[in-house]
Write a protein that binds this ligand. Structure first.
Ligand SMILES: [Zn+2]
Ligand SMILES: [Zn+2]
Length: 344
């Protein structure tokens, strides 16, 4: 079978590998049909993934945003799984033994393994997964089905933020994750103000039901968010950029007793006024991947919002052009929303 292997820093090649064996008990052989590329893939490829995130270990088949077709079922899989079915893959393996696992927070497991990062992922023609990581999804378009993973991060963020109907929510960053946070918050009956540097991303956000504000400076954006949400500030703000100035703006704008939710990843540091946490008694909440229930919720979001999610997929490439696709995505950040690599 063909497998796209990241062999070292900046080196990705389309190679031949032996087919995996037949799936064992509780395992599923999946043929990936579409794999989305995201910022963490760039960091892995350039060897910049932080040590806390497991570092970049080569060689590796990348790809953690995967939809596919069930090629073969091992014995003992749950009865709703069937050969030929379209599925989305929950990419996270937890140890079940550590403190976060003991309190049900498997998504922050100390020994957390993500397909495409710590074990091989979607950029290959066959992949064995444990059956509890395989979720049937009705989306006809495999590229849309592969959006279940980024949507699942947004589901987690909206859960952490406890976003309720009628609330005003500011989302910093209108890339795929920020757009998905907006989409799910609007589904819940919230009102959303999306903030980004790029007008094309804001235009898409407006089409999906958000109001928008162009990023200028942190102070101006805080003032703009307060004009929109009221002088006390928005009760919820979400940063989907990881850029220090945006994180700072999020903490500054959010209302006292509000929730500030960090989704964008970064190794940068940001100075914040300690009083923001005490005087305002903020909930400052981090988000890491998602749990199995949230992944199931994400599958339903994808099934309900196929056309909106399709709008976020800006480019598609065949598997044989995966190395070019990754380079294209990294070299053209202002043109690229979501790059998806097809399994064909
Ligand atoms: Zn991702
Ligand atoms: Zn664990």
């Amino acid at each position: 079978m063909r497998a796209v292997v990241t062999e070292g820093v900046g080196a990705m090649a389309v190679t031949d590998r032996p087919d995996p064996p037949s799936p064992g008990p509780g395992e599923v052989l999946v043929a990936p049909d579409a794999t989305g590329i995201c910022g963490s893939d760039y960091h892995f490829f350039t060897g910049e993934l932080s040590d806390e995130a497991g570092g970049s270990q080569f060689p590796r088949v990348q790809g953690h945003e995967v939809s596919g077709t069930i090629a073969e079922l091992g014995p003992g899989c749950r009865p709703e799984l069937a050969t030929g079915q379209r599925v989305a893959l929950w990419p996270l393996h937890a140890c079940g033994e550590c403190y976060p696992c003991s309190v049900g927070r498997f998504n922050t497991c100390d020994n957390f393994q993500l397909i495409g990062i710590h074990v091989d992922g979607g950029l290959q023609e066959r992949l064995i997964m444990r059956e509890d990581h395989v979720f049937p999804i009705s989306s006809e378009d495999p590229a849309v089905a592969s959006m279940a993973e980024p949507v699942s991060i947004a589901v987690r963020a909206v859960e952490r933020a406890r976003i309720a109907a009628g609330e005003r929510v500011v989302v910093l960053g209108a890339g795929p994750i920020g757009q998905c946070v907006g989409l799910i918050a609007i589904e819940r009956g919230a009102e959303v103000l999306l903030v980004d540097l790029q007008e094309s991303r804001l235009a898409l956000g407006r089409e999906l039901g958000a109001e928008t504000l162009a990023w200028t400076t942190a102070d101006e954006v805080v003032a703009g968010a307060r004009r929109w949400a009221g002088p006390a500030g928005p009760p919820v703000a979400v940063d989907a950029t990881g850029v220090p100035a945006a994180v700072r703006a999020m903490i500054d704008m959010v209302a006292s007793a509000g929730r500030a939710v960090q989704v964008g990843m970064s190794v940068d540091e940001v100075p914040i006024r300690i009083g923001s946490l005490t005087e305002k008694e903020l909930d400052f909440l981090g988000v890491c991947c998602c749990g199995t229930g949230e992944f199931a919720g994400a599958v339903e979001v994808v099934e309900r919002n196929g056309p909106a999610l399709a709008r976020m997929i800006s480019h598609q490439f065949p598997l044989a052009e995966a190395p070019e696709a990754l380079r294209f995505a990294m070299d053209n950040p202002s043109d690229v929303m979501k790059v998806v690599i097809r399994g064909d």
